[in-house]
Each structure stands twice: as C-alpha cells, then as structure tokens.
Design a protein around this ligand. Structure first.
Ligand code: ADP
Ligand code: MG
Length: 293
C-alpha cells in the first residue's frame, strides 16, 4: 500500500499544477542531483519573433518570401515565427514541393518562382561552417546577431547564400529564480540546445547555468544518458525531439504547454509551465523520502 506521506505529497503537487505519475516518480524527484533543460519552449517561452531579415541580394522581401514559403511545411517554433512575420508584411507565399525536414538542422524544399524551380534551404549556420568560411561578410553578420542573443537561419537559393533571418525568444520570467533555487538545493543545472553556441551562451550566462550547444536530437539523448550514469539526472523538455532524452533520464519532466509526445514520455508534468515548481518538488520529494524511511 502507498505510504500516507506519498499520497498527501501527490495531492499537494496536483493542487499546484504539477502532475506526478505515481509514488515512484515522487521518490525519484527526491533523489535528483542534476537537471538538464531543453532551451526552446522550456527555459524560453518558445514563441520566437523575427528581429531582422538580412538580404545579400538587395531584396529583403524576396528573402522573406522564399524563407516563409519553405517554412509552410514545418511545425518548428522558428517556422511559426517566420510565417507570422511574412503575414504581417503581407508577403505572398509560393507553393512548395519535395519538402524535407532536417531535424535539428533546418528545412528545405522547391518553389516555382517566375516559372523556374528554385531549391531553397534554411539551415542553422553551425551546420554549414565550411561554406561560410569563404563568406566573411555573411559570417560577420551572423556572429553579430548571435552575440546579441539571436538565433540566425541562413537562407540558400540553389546553394547560394542569399540572406539571413534573425529570431529571438524571451526567457521565461521565472527561469532565473528556478535555476538559483535549484542550485541552492545542490542541484547541478545544464542547458542542452540545438541552437548555436553564441546564442546559447548569452542565455545560459543570464541564467547562471552550464550549457551544451549545437546538439542534434540524438546528441541530447546520448548526453542525458551519460549524465544519468554519473548522477541521478532529470530532463525537462517540451518538444517531440526531447522525448527520447526524457526517457533516457532518471526522471522525465514535461512542460504542460508542450507536445503530447513529450507529456506521454514524462514522469512529471508542469501543467502551468511554472519552472519555480521544480525546486519546490525537489524539496517535497526529499521530505517524502525522509518520511517513508
Ligand atoms: P532547440 O534545441 O533550441 O529546441 P532544435 O534542435 O529544434 O533547437 O533546432 C536547432 C537549430 O536547427 C535551430 O536553432 C535552427 O537553427 C535549426 N532549425 C531547426 N528547424 C528549423 C526550421 N524549421 N527552420 C529553420 N531552422 C531550423
Ligand atoms: Mg524545445
């Protein structure tokens, strides 16, 4: 039978909007020594906005049109932001064919423009360093934007770099407080992200936490597996891509506003997306472990 301490802790959690899937999960929270966080949608609100469009072909609206047209086929938060921006600028979209999502890298597809087929790619700059090495002007523009905390997406037309789209996402209001409180409880905190290392550093530094950047989805789950060998490690995430890492962790925690796949993979769900519930849960878990001994 379930000890009374566990039953009452579970009901106290659910009143605070934290869904804990059973007594074993609650006890596991009390043992956690380390927490890995996804960045986008977990530490940040996950609703990025376009901050600028840079054109190297002297036609910003063409860059935006091609980028937005390709993003019609993606459900990534960056895609939503680029589409919203195009709509606000009343930029008409082109029809896309042969579209392909490149998980953790970008997206590509073909558009018909002026009767010609154009291959358009939207890529993370850190996955095309060889190509950018020769393009000093492009590289400098990207680094400037990234040092200001922007995520930049490179737009290619038939393998030629034609522009950049810069986007920024706000950090959740309670993220810093949550990270500080976890650290006071002796919990090690690390951010895992597919974003570039400069943007990652700006965000991690402002939260006072460690970070690993430029990771592919499979890198995240491998790292979480490695971290869990060393210390009891929880993984907090919101996206489809985070589910494998959450399953590899000693404990998976989903943001309530995240995808169903993440919610199903999780042992704990923060239904109100309140990160400050994490240190509270760690304390509750620790107290429960003491009470049932
Ligand atoms: P995160 O770890 O921040 O959630 P992802 O792994 O989803 O990031 O994506 C990593 C990087 O891949 C993004 O920062 C972006 O540069 C690129 N990327 C992924 N999907 C897209 C897309 N649909 N459009 C443009 N860029 C994308
Ligand atoms: Mg995410």
């Amino acid at each position: 039978s379930t000890p009374a301490a566990v039953t009452s802790a579970l009901s106290a959690s659910s009143k605070r909007g934290v869904l804990v899937k059973g007594g074993a999960a609650l006890e596991q929270i009390g043992r956690i020594q380390q927490i890995a966080f996804d960045k986008t949608g977990t530490l940040t609100q996950g609703v990025p906005e376009v901050t600028s469009v840079v054109s190297f072909i002297d036609d910003e609206s063409k860059v935006l049109q091609l980028a937005a047209s390709i993003e019609q086929t993606s459900n990534h938060p960056l895609a939503m932001a680029i589409l919203t921006h195009a709509e606000r600028q009343s930029v008409p979209l082109l029809t896309v064919s042969n579209d392909q999502t490149l998980a953790g890298l970008g997206v590509q597809g073909e558009v018909q423009d002026d009767g010609e087929t154009q291959l358009i790619k939207l890529l993370a700059p850190h996955h095309m360093t060889a190509k950018l090495a020769e393009l000093t002007q492009v590289k400098t523009a990207i680094e400037d934007l990234e040092n200001k905390g922007n995520t930049t997406v490179v737009v290619l037309q038939n393998e030629q770099v034609i522009g950049l789209v810069a986007l920024a996402d706000s950090i959740r209001e309670d993220a810093r407080q949550a990270i500080e409180a976890l650290q006071r409880l002796g919990i090690n905190t690390v951010m895992l992200t597919g974003d570039n290392r400069r943007t990652a550093k700006v965000i991690a530094d402002s939260l006072g936490m460690e970070y690993r950047a430029e990771l592919l989805p499979e890198d995240k789950s491998r790292i979480v597996g490695d971290l869990s060998q060393d210390k009891d490690t929880a993984m907090v995430g919101d996206g489809i891509n985070d589910a494998p890492a959450m399953k590899r962790a000693s404990l998976g925690i989903a943001m309530g506003g995240g995808t169903d796949v993440a919610l199903e993979a999780a042992d704990v769900a923060l239904m109100h997306n309140r990160l400050v519930e994490l240190p509270q849960m760690v304390e509750l878990g620790q107290a429960t472990l003491t009470n049932i001994k």
